[in-house]
Write a protein that binds this ligand. Sequence first.
Ligand SMILES: Cc1cc2nc3c(=O)[nH]c(=O)nc-3n(C[C@H](O)[C@H](O)[C@H](O)COP(=O)(O)O)c2cc1C
Length: 414
Amino acid sequence: MSVKYEKLFEPIKIGPVEIPNRVAVLPIRGVVYNIPGISCPDLDYMCFFTRRVRGGFGLIVIEGTATHPFENKYTGGMSYNLYEPKHVAGFKKLTNGIHAFGGKVFLQLSAGGFGRQYPDASGTLLPVAASPIPVNIDPSKMATNEDKTFLKHHLHWATPKEITTAEIYELIESHNNATKLAIQAGFDGVEIHCAHGYFGANFLSPNQNIRTDEFGGSFENRNRWMLESIKACMKAIKEMKAEERFVVGVRTSAEEMTPGGLTKEDVARIHEAAIKEGSSYASLSWGAGFENHMYTHPMKELVPVKVEHAKWFNKRLDIPVIITSLNEPELAAEVADTCDHVIVGLGRQAYADPDWPNKVKEGKTQDIVKCLRCNLGCFINSRLNNGTPEWCVINPEVGYEGYDHANWPTPKKR
Ligand SMILES: Cc1cc2nc3c(=O)[nH]c(=O)nc-3n(C[C@H](O)[C@H](O)[C@H](O)COP(=O)(O)O)c2cc1C
């Protein structure tokens, strides 16, 4: 092993769950073969991830998955479903595969769909969110050509309908059922999606939430959606007696970068409140979603701030923190060396080169196939073509991992 990168490959504990190293695949919704109408993962999907565990990733976080039918109404059917017991078997194959190769696997839970970011292309289904505040995008301020292409095809942001208090409680409760099913399906944890401008984030953010009930107004009230959802998950863990092997975490933005949006300090306080209810890790993305898309999926020039985020939150929070976009091994190593409880999470780079961790571990960093951060295959293709299997412009293997038997787990003695 190259000495320079040693720390990155030390195990780390998230609650009772030991992750074999500090390199994770981030939740990436719409991964290969996730086609609207197909409700649970198939073996091609499993092989996409077993390939990445074979390449050295220690933790896989599976994409935003529906805890309630409401979710898929407001994602255009993009999310897998884990609110019906019949889907446990499909997820079990996925977790068995990942475990067979030595990885750990969490599931991101999503209850409320895209929130105010649901693009109402048809004009017939208005988005539903914490408050009736539409997404506010100035295309002239978008940073890259790909953002403009995306927006040109997708710019139909309508004013959302305000979700009712009764509906909120129903969605919160759905986390309990989904967590029980996730435990049955063999996951090692669940993560509550409150990040980058989607439904959960709409509650947390002071400039996206003007509710007057117990879910809006004060800092405590804006956190209530997240805190009650954690409680519902923790109750499920207790009911299933899984305290020794299963954790809950929360994904938020590290800071929103919008006028009046969440600052780093706000976010640290949000996670401190989450810890009190039982959250065992914080996963941090960046930005407020499409209002400043370039922060959520940063280009290389913006990445150095991720090192700052890592150092700042490592100091501020006592739980493991997942930081995105550190594709450059030198930056990842700097973070691992200086931050004792940070996990490097890779999203798009994990598509481009599933062997990133092993190549770094062996010091063969010159062999890494670098993600172009073009967003063309992984992000825009699936969104524009409504469910076409995703691909990667520089990794033709994406979507075809199932053709390679090396990615199939071998049967083990019971
Ligand atoms: C195709 C695609 C799908 C994504 N889906 C999710 C998701 O389901 N949940 C989530 O929290 N973030 C999602 N993200 C955001 C990523 O997890 C990550 O924060 C972002 O891509 C920045 O990290 P990166 O530079 O390592 O790719 C998605 C990103 C992409 C490109």
